[in-house]
Design a protein around this ligand. Structure first.
Ligand code: SAM
Ligand code: SF4
Ligand code: SF4
Length: 337
């Protein structure tokens, strides 16, 4: 039995997030602002993007090292052709007990059946506002919230377990907090409020644009009675509450106001096969070269172990302590959420 792979802060390697593409059909201002990711932006060339077979091999190696949960993300993962074939491969890996996918939801009306048939059961769907003017502005492509709601409805009908992610940005969509909470509470769907984060270098982040968990909670408490729910596993990111009157939950991802680095068990693989040990890293470790130069599984596993053993990332903790200088960080659309 393999000993748990731990980093310098004794955090085990347990979760793997795999970005399957750096492309997206949206231009959310907080992630891929249109003025930065314009028509001339160069995305990864196809031959640099990991194939499904390469992703499957890497995932199996991570599973050997103790990873149990995989999340597929992007860019927009449903832009990757035949993504359900990849899900089918990942589901059959020994040791992987949970697979989720994060999506903006637009392609779900078409793709949900194939995803379900492939064995996927958990979806995180991003939606920042019900109000169309606000949502159209936020997604940078003028797409109506109805298109995402249609995706959510389709996925619910298919039997998916769904969480909705809402990034809250001051001056942009705070007025949507209550309408969103009511809407998804009545549907019995978990809504998670995500504090606007300083990922990448292009989203114009500053602390004044963050609406903290505390502020959101105060707003919600005026309308609803909320009861705290204990974390259901080590390293659970969301702080959860349930409604007293209704069988539904909300969650908060408090990367800015209450960092959770001390239990961060997540490794991330970019679409071109680099391993990142933090969402705010500036450097990744090139695993694709190993996959393509004939290295054995043991060599690659030893490399991953060594990288994780040396890991000391705790960017959000340091941000909370105001210890950060500016840094050349990777973009969210490249590494996924
Ligand atoms: N395109 C898919 C989507 O939007 O769901 C998957 C990739 S997206 C990068 C993953 C998650 O990151 C989304 O829920 C998105 O809202 C969130 N996100 C992106 N930029 C963010 C930021 N600056 N702060 C907080 N969350 C962010
Ligand atoms: Fe695309 Fe998701 Fe980023 Fe929005 S948050 S631009 S949908 S990758
Ligand atoms: Fe993990 Fe880095 Fe986020 Fe801290 S800042 S929780 S180490 S990804």
């Amino acid at each position: 039995m393999l000993k748990t792979v731990q980093d310098t802060l004794k955090r085990p390697l347990q979760d793997l997030r795999i970005s399957v593409t750096d492309r997206c059909n949206f231009r959310c201002e907080y992630c891929m602002p249109a003025e930065v990711f314009g028509p001339d932006h160069s995305f990864l060339p196809k031959d640099q993007v990991l194939t499904f077979e390469e992703i499957e091999r890497l995932a199996a190696l991570f599973a050997d090292l103790g990873v149990k949960k995989i999340r597929l993300t992007g860019g927009e993962p449903l832009l990757r052709r035949d993504i359900s074939e990849l899900i089918n491969k990942l589901i059959n890996i020994e040791g992987i007990s949970d697979i989720g996918l994060t999506t903006n939801g637009i392609f779900l009306p078409k793709q949900a059946p194939a995803l379900f048939t492939a064995g996927l059961r958990r979806l995180n769907i991003s939606l920042d506002a019900l109000n169309d003017d606000i949502f159209k502005k936020m997604n940078g492509r003028g797409v109506s919230s109805k298109a995402v709601l249609k995706g959510i409805d389709t996925a619910l009908q298919m039997g998916f377990d769904i969480k909705v992610n809402m990034v809250v940005q001051k001056g942009m969509n705070e007025q949507e907090i209550l309408p969103m909470a009511k809407y998804f509470r009545d549907m019995g769907v978990t809504l998670r409020f995500i504090e606007f984060m300083d990922v990448g270098n292009s989203n114009g982040w500053n602390l004044d644009k963050v609406v903290s968990k505390k502020e959101i909670f105060q707003m919600l408490s005026k309308e609803f009675e909320l009861i705290a729910v204990d974390a259901s596993y080590y390293g659970e990111v969301a702080k959860r509450y349930k409604y007293k009157e209704k069988d539904a939950e909300i969650g908060f991802i408090t990367s800015v106001s209450e960092s959770f680095c001390s239990s961060c068990t997540r490794a991330r693989i970019s679409a071109d096969g680099k391993l990142f040990t933090c969402l705010f890293a500036s450097k990744g470790y090139d695993l694709k070269s190993y996959l393509r130069n004939g290295s054995t599984d043991d060599t690659i596993k030893n490399e991953i172990i060594s990288i994780w053993n040396h890991r000391s990332d705790r960017y959000s903790d340091l941000r909370t302590n105001k210890q950060l200088g500016t840094k050349d960080k990777i973009e969210m659309s490249y590494i996924g959420g």
